[in-house]
Design a protein around this ligand. Structure first.
Ligand code: PLP
Length: 462
């Protein structure tokens, strides 16, 4: 039989790259007219630190074994995974056995919610989940899918400042409440939730309630002490690419004694809680990034003139003496000088913009920088379309965002800002600037020079 249908087009609209950028193909230009780009979107992803790249490099070629293999190559890979597990556990002050390596924050969040609540669905038992309206979609959409399958779900609204009110939380607890999932720090505003207090309230109501926190935006920015201030947290999610390790790596902390139904079935890896051959280079990278983060967080303590932030959130600050990087087998190098100095840079940016651009407001907790992550500011510029602003800034070499990275390009206003009570127009006038440990004072000053005239120009056009 001969086909009469027209042949498929042979000329693709976008030429397929013959080579990837690293092989000599064209990547995005690193510089614009000899000007270095300024990256202020670290909440979307962070660069992988050179020390982390060095640590993972041998595990692609020289030490490429499968950790499940009994031979020498396999056992070297196994030992590297074990080492990384210990290093990550030290960052969180928990046991290495309580760490499950995953493919990132999304998988960890899905595993936490589905893994805990599946038993109730399987046994047709009533179960109630409390979460918030400002969670990342990895939680919100998982909660919605569980709701469709019969889990009663409460989505707590935040205050205008983006914080969860402990009294409203307490009022939502019910006899059937089985799981709480409330983020430690918000990805859009940086607001730090009083999760230690909320967990205490939940356990006082019913010690059997399990508490999960999405700490993707808090890890490596704030100390997390799962044996101290956060000892009532049962499950905690982290993502490697928000803490200077590669994309596609993550952790779920599961406290000893918590029953979790595996969501990936196959091999016995990760104590039968997450099947699949381990991503050895990624896991090694996470372990190295965790060691560097621990050293970076401790560096404020070594600089007594700097106050440790966030001061009002002392519940998440560990006061325990920490081991030095050398004690942990690291080399002692740090990339920048600690959260207090990062917050100083962020405050310089924020106060500079508030002082020079009229009709500018902070979205998020008031009271200075004390209850926000040290690297994040979310600003609202009246009569500005943030999408136009983002494009204008990108043309000047500044990378920013108006919310979660997955929303970029979407026309919907941020669900976080709407939940905080902003109007759609206000939400669309908001810009997130998130600094990394590598951001320099010179970059902040250049942003302070470039942003005000850009806003003035855009305002003059409307
Ligand atoms: N949770 C929060 C708060 C996040 O900000 C993100 C990513 O932006 C995620 C979860 C998802 O993490 P990942 O990108 O590693 O899947």
């Amino acid at each position: 039989m001969t086909s009469t249908s027209p042949p498929l087009t042979t000329t693709p609209l976008i030429p397929y790259p013959q080579k990837y950028p690293g092989e000599g193909g064209r990547g995005p230009p690193a510089k614009i007219e000899n000007m270095d780009r300024i990256y202020l979107d670290a909440n979307a992803t962070t660069p992988v630190l050179p020390q982390v790249v060095e640590a993972m490099r041998p595990f692609w070629s020289e030490t490429f074994g499968n950790p499940s293999s009994a031979h020498h190559a396999g056992q070297r890979a196994r030992s590297a995974v074990d080492h990384a597990r210990t290093s990550t556990a030290r960052l969180l002050n928990c046991s290495a056995k309580e760490i499950i390596f995953t493919s990132g924050g999304t998988e960890s969040d899905n595993l936490a919610l589905n893994g805990v609540l599946q038993t109730y669905l399987d046994n047709h038992q009533p179960a109630h989940l409390i979460t918030t309206a400002i969670e990342h979609h990895a939680i919100l959409y998982t909660a919605q899918s569980l709701e469709r399958r019969g889990i009663q779900t409460t989505y707590l609204a935040p205050t205008r400042e983006g914080l969860i009110d402990p009294e409203a939380f307490e009022a939502a607890l019910r006899p059937e409440t089985k799981l709480i999932s409330i983020m430690l720090a918000n990805n859009e505003t940086g607001a730090i939730q009083p999760i230690g207090k909320l967990a205490r309230i939940a356990k006082a109501y019913n010690p059997a309630i399990l508490v999960h926190t999405d700490a993707v935006q808090a890890a490596a920015k704030l100390p997390i002490d799962l044996s101290g201030a956060l000892k009532n947290i049962d499950l905690l999610s982290l993502s490697g690419h928000k803490m200077y390790a590669p994309q596609g790596t993550g952790i779920l902390f599961v406290r000893t004694g918590v029953t979790l139904a595996a969501q990936l079935h196959g091999g016995p890896q990760e104590r039968q809680r997450r099947a699949g051959t381990e991503n050895v280079p990624g896991i090694v990278a996470l372990g190295r990034a965790a060691g560097l983060a621990q050293d970076w967080l401790a560096s404020d303590a070594r600089q007594p003139e700097n106050s440790v932030i966030p001061t009002t959130q002392s519940s998440v600050i560990s006061t325990e003496p920490r081991e030095s990087e050398a004690d942990r087998g690291g080399s002692g190098e740090t990339c920048s000088s600690g959260p207090a100095q990062l917050a100083t840079l962020r405050d310089r940016l924020e106060s500079g913009l508030l002082a020079t651009i009229p009709n500018t407001h902070i979205n998020g907790p008031s009271g200075g920088s004390t209850n926000r992550t040290p690297n994040t500011t979310n600003l609202r510029f009246d009569n500005i379309d943030a999408e136009a602003l983002l494009i204008a800034l990108d043309m000047q070499g500044i990378a920013a965002s108006f919310g979660a990275a997955c929303q970029s390009g979407a026309t919907e206003p941020s669900h976080v800002l709407l939940a905080m009570g902003l109007t759609p127009t206000e939400a669309r006038s908001s810009l997130r600037l998130s600094l990394s440990r590598l951001t320099t004072a010179e970059e902040i000053d250049r942003t302070l020079t470039l942003l005000p005239p850009t806003i003035a120009r855009l305002r003059s056009l409307t």
